[in-house]
Design a protein around this ligand. Structure first.
Ligand SMILES: [Zn+2]
Length: 231
């Protein structure tokens, strides 16, 4: 698709697309940086931008949405609804990653949005590759959220929810669906959390070895002192 953003452009925006499922990428729009929560869906323009980068909207529909809702207070209401839907989904990912049942409230929240789903998937060529994209008019705010509700409904009713994981860095709040061949993915990203956790483990190992050596040295020192006294 000519109006779709390419991988590099997606990276520059600061949004993270590492979840492998739309609803997880949506959850990953609220992150922790330096211990503080940061909401990447900071305003309506950012919400539309995310939807475009997530390929929920193409460039044309993104522009249309910006024109359809120009009123700031209406925009704030729509972003608020998006954020509250995202937080309604959060207990679902927590349940799934802890192998617990998803609550009825989550099911209701998803169905509330799905009732407004009028857009449909279409298969299209992107060069020689096939891609799926949503087509159809966006005339109601909930039309914007419906694809994430659909993604959550499909994921939660699927039989591979055990592959939905939280990044193993305790300070990280990102989730992903593990699509690696051996299902060994542990981090949201190797470049950030993976390297950080490996470096921390290495530091702990070196320090533990250092302590061990230190103890051996001081034991040896004590023996030498003892021997010196005996002589
Ligand atoms: Zn992480």
């Amino acid at each position: 698709m000519a109006d779709q953003l390419k991988g590099d452009e997606r990276k520059q925006s600061g949004f993270l697309f590492l979840g492998n499922q739309l609803w997880l990428d949506f959850l990953n729009t609220k992150i922790k940086r330096g211990g503080e929560w940061v909401d990447l869906l900071s305003d309506f323009a950012n919400l539309i931008r995310w939807l475009e980068e997530a390929r929920v909207l193409d460039g044309l529909h993104a522009q249309e949405a910006l024109c359809r809702w120009p009123d700031p207070s209406e925009r704030e209401t729509i972003v608020g609804r998006a954020r509250s839907f995202r937080e309604a989904l959060r207990p679902a990912v927590e349940s799934v990653t802890q192998a617990e049942a998803v609550s009825g409230e989550v099911v209701e929240a998803i169905n509330d949005v799905l009732r407004h789903h009028c857009r449909r998937l279409e298969l299209a060529f992107d060069g020689d590759k096939l891609v799926s994209r949503y087509v159809g008019e966006v005339t109601e705010p909930l039309h914007l959220l419906a694809p994430m509700a659909e993604s959550a409904a499909q994921a939660l009713s699927g039989d591979d929810t055990t592959l939905t994981r939280k990044c193993e860095n305790p300070a990280c709040v990102l989730h992903f669906h593990d699509t690696t061949k051996n299902h060994t993915r542990r981090w949201c990203s190797m470049e950030t959390c993976g390297n950080r956790m490996k470096a921390a483990a290495h530091y702990r190992r070196v320090r533990a070895e250092g302590n061990e050596q230190g103890e051996m040295m001081s034991q040896a020192g004590a023996e030498i002192r003892l021997n010196a006294k005996l002589v």
